[in-house]
Design a protein around this ligand. Structure first.
Ligand code: GRF
Length: 203
């Protein structure tokens, strides 16, 4: 059983997928906090309407971010963090404290099409421009480098010749919604071990 904080910046469809997996018993976890980088993220409104504790970092000065986030995590008893469309860099202090207990979902097959500046439509534009015939979603453990931590799960989707960044994004997103709750459940069950910088599932 995990107490999960979900970090968001926007629409929150992955947050809803986590919530649905919890509701149908596919994920043994509780969402104890939804933390947003922006006040106006639809994800925040959705969570507050359901009585899930929320918090926004908008307007929090740079040097207050770390203590503010740590206070929220401690107050809510967070033992795991899921980054679900969170657009800000995670301070190293928080990465250190939650090492091996924080994952991110990325809308491509890492280590390709990731790294600084690779987010949103840009990822799918780059995939289409490269002419690759498959893309997909990746859930990985967060470390100090953008999109480089150990990979937990990946799933492919085809890239069609007629795809636009929007059509590809929509296909990848449906896979993200399966993959992120599945990955969280592996952690909840204690099935993930990290050795030599790689994930080993004890499934
Ligand atoms: C997803 O595509 C995720 O991979 C990326 O940002 C998007 C967030 O979508 N990191 P949502 O807010 O969960 O709907």
């Amino acid at each position: 059983m995990l107490n999960i904080a979900v970090f968001v910046s926007g629409r929150g469809s992955n947050l809803r997928a986590i919530h649905e997996a919890v509701e149908r018993g596919a994920l043994e976890a509780k969402i104890v906090l939804v933390l947003s980088s922006r006040d106006d993220a639809p994800a925040i409104a959705w969570a507050s309407a359901r009585g899930i504790p929320t918090s926004s970092l908008q307007g929090v000065s740079d040097n207050a971010v770390i203590p503010t986030v740590l206070r929220h995590l401690e107050e809510t008893g967070t033992d795991f963090i899921a980054l679900a469309g969170y657009m800000k860099r995670i301070p190293e202090e928080i990465v250190r404290r939650y090492r091996g207990r924080m994952v991110n979902v990325h809308p491509a097959l890492l280590p390709s099409f990731g790294g600084k500046g690779m987010y949103g439509e840009r990822v799918h534009e780059a995939v289409i421009a490269a002419g690759v015939r498959v893309s997909g979603a990746t859930v990985h453990i967060v470390d100090e480098e953008y999109d480089r931590g150990p990979i937990v799960l990946q799933r492919c989707v085809p890239v069609d010749y007629a795809d636009t960044p929007a059509s590809l994004a929509a296909r990848v997103l449906t896979v993200e919604h399966e993959l992120l709750p599945e990955a969280l459940q592996l952690f909840s069950r204690g099935m993930i071990e990290i050795r030599d910088g790689r994930v080993h599932s004890t499934k």
